[in-house]
Design a binder for this molecule. Structure first.
Ligand SMILES: [Zn+2]
Length: 406
C-alpha cells in the first residue's frame, strides 16, 4: 500500500518534508520525497509521524474513570478503587481494555505497558483490537501469600509472550510497599531467568522512603525495569539508576491529580536516566493521552528552567524511548522499520504556521489524531475502528456500567 502526499516527520530529530511511503507486510518498504499521482491512500493536508507509547497504565481502569476525584492517594486506592475492582469480571476487563485501546488509538498511541488482573482478558483484547502491549499481572503478597499471582503471571507469559509480534509479557510487582522483600527477590530471579522486564510503581508518594540500594541488592539492578512515577526518588541515587537497564515512566497528570508532586525529570535527564511517558490508569488521569502528558511534562519542568524538556526531547521520550522501554522497535518512519505511524490533520488552527508543525505537536496540538496504524494495519481511521464492531462494544459497555454502578 502506498500512502502520503503529505508531510512526513521521520523521527524526533528531523524536520517534516512532503513525501509518500510504501507499506508492505507490516513494514515500511520505502519513504520517498515528493508527490506521487497514483497513490492508494492520499493524505493531503496531513502529517505522518512516528507513533507514541504509553509506558504505564492499567487499561481496564477506563471502566472506573471519574469514580474518585479530589481525594488523597490512600482514599483513592483503598477507599474507592479497590472495592470496585473486586467486582470486575474477566469480561469487564476485556471490554475495559478494548475501550482503553480505542482511546489510545485516537490519541496516537500504538503501544502500552499494562499492570492489572484478569490479564489474560487484557491479552485477548490487545490481540483483537491490534495495539502493541507489554503485559504484566499485578503482584502483591499481603501477609506473605500472593494468592497464586506469580504463577498466573508466568502462565500469561507462556501463553502470550511474542504473540503476533505485538504482545510481550513481563512481571508486575506492584510496589515495594505491597510486596515483601523475599517476594521481590523471587520476582527479580524469575525475571532474570526468563530475561523479561519488570514493571513496578516506585517512589510515587512522599511516604515511600525505602532503601534503593536494598532493592538493587534484591535484584532490581539486574533486570530491565519500567519504574512508574519516581516522584520521590532520592536524587543523589540518580547516577546509579543511569547505569542500569532502568526506564522511568513519568506520569505527570496522575502525580498532580493525586497530590503526589512533580518528578525531578530535569535532574533525571541530566544524570542520564532514561525517562518515558505514561498516563497511569484512567481512574487517576483521567485520559490516555500521551500528547497531553508531553505538554504538561514540558511545562512543569519549565517552571524553573524554560530550556528544560524541549520539543525534541519530549518527542524522543514519547516515541523512540517509549518503544525501547516496552521492547518494541519504534520511533522512526524509515525503510525496514515496523509500519507503526500516526496521521494528524494539519487543517486545524493550532497547526498554523505550518513551518513550525513539529513544535506544535508538543505545545499547541490537542484533540484527536486522524488515523493510527500498527504493523501496517489501521486500528483507527477518521472516526472509525476497522478492527472492532464499535456498536457492539458500546452496547457491552452500557451493560457493564449498569452492573457496576446501579
Ligand atoms: Zn499505576
Amino acid at each position: 500500500m502506498t500512502l502520503g502526499n503529505c508531510l512526513i516527520l521521520q523521527d524526533f530529530k528531523s524536520e517534516p518534508f512532503l513525501g509518500w511511503l510504501e507499506v508492505e507486510d507490516g513494514k515500511i518498504k520505502r519513504v520517498v520525497k515528493g508527490r506521487r499521482e497514483d497513490i492508494d491512500q492520499p493524505l493531503e493536508g496531513k502529517l505522518v509521524m512516528p507513533a507514541l507509547y504509553n509506558t504505564h497504565t492499567h487499561a481496564a481502569m477506563s471502566l472506573l474513570r471519574g469514580v474518585a476525584e479530589d481525594v488523597t492517594f490512600e482514599e483513592w486506592l483503598f477507599g474507592r478503587i479497590l472495592p470496585l475492582e473486586e467486582r470486575l469480571t474477566e469480561e469487564m476487563v476485556y471490554y475495559g481494555t478494548i475501550l482503553a485501546q480505542m482511546e489510545m488509538a485516537r490519541n496516537g498511541v500504538v503501544g502500552f505497558a499494562d499492570m492489572y488482573f484478569h490479564e489474560d482478558a487484557v491479552a485477548r483484547a490487545v490481540a483483537d483490537f491490534g495495539l502493541r502491549a507489554l503485559l504484566t499481572r499485578g503482584l502483591v503478597d499481603v501477609g506473605g501469600d500472593d494468592g497464586g499471582r506469580l504463577k498466573e503471571n508466568l502462565k500469561l507469559y507462556e501463553r502470550w509472550n511474542g504473540y503476533d509480534g505485538r504482545i510481550l509479557v513481563g512481571l508486575g510487582p506492584h510496589s515495594p510497599y505491597s510486596c515483601s522483600r523475599g517476594y521481590l527477590e523471587k520476582i527479580f530471579d524469575v525475571a532474570k531467568e526468563h530475561d523479561i522486564p519488570v514493571v513496578i510503581h516506585l517512589y510515587e508518594t512522599a511516604q515511600e522512603r525505602y532503601d534503593l540500594e536494598e532493592l538493587l541488592r534484591l535484584g532490581l539492578g539486574e533486570v530491565k525495569v519500567i519504574a512508574a512515577h519516581c516522584v520521590h526518588v532520592p536524587t543523589e541515587k540518580l547516577p546509579l539508576l543511569s547505569k542500569l537497564n532502568f526506564y522511568v515512566s513519568h506520569n505527570p497528570t496522575s502525580n498532580l491529580k493525586l497530590g503526589n508532586g512533580v518528578a525531578p525529570v530535569r535532574e533525571m535527564l541530566r544524570e542520564g536516566v532514561k525517562v518515558t511517558f505514561g498516563t497511569d490508569g484512567p481512574a487517576s488521569n483521567n485520559t490516555l493521552d500521551i500528547f497531553h502528558e508531553m505538554r504538561l511534562a514540558s511545562l512543569l519542568q519549565k517552571m524553573k528552567d524554560p530550556s528544560a524538556l524541549d520539543v525534541e526531547t519530549c518527542l524522543k521520550m514519547a516515541t523512540v524511548d517509549g518503544a525501547e522501554a516496552l521492547g518494541f522497535e519504534g520511533g522512526a518512519i524509515r525503510e525496514g522499520f515496523e509500519a507503526d505511524l500516526v496521521v494528524l490533520d494539519l487543517k486545524k488552527p493550532s497547526f498554523f504556521p505550518l513551518k513550525h508543525a513539529k513544535r506544535h505537536l508538543v505545545h499547541a496540538f490537542s484533540g484527536e489524531v486522524f488515523a493510527t496504524m500498527v504493523k501496517g494495519r489501521w486500528v483507527y481511521f477518521n472516526g472509525e475502528y476497522p478492527t472492532i464492531d464499535e456498536g457492539e462494544v458500546y452496547k457491552k459497555l452500557a451493560e457493564i456500567e449498569e452492573k457496576l454502578y446501579s
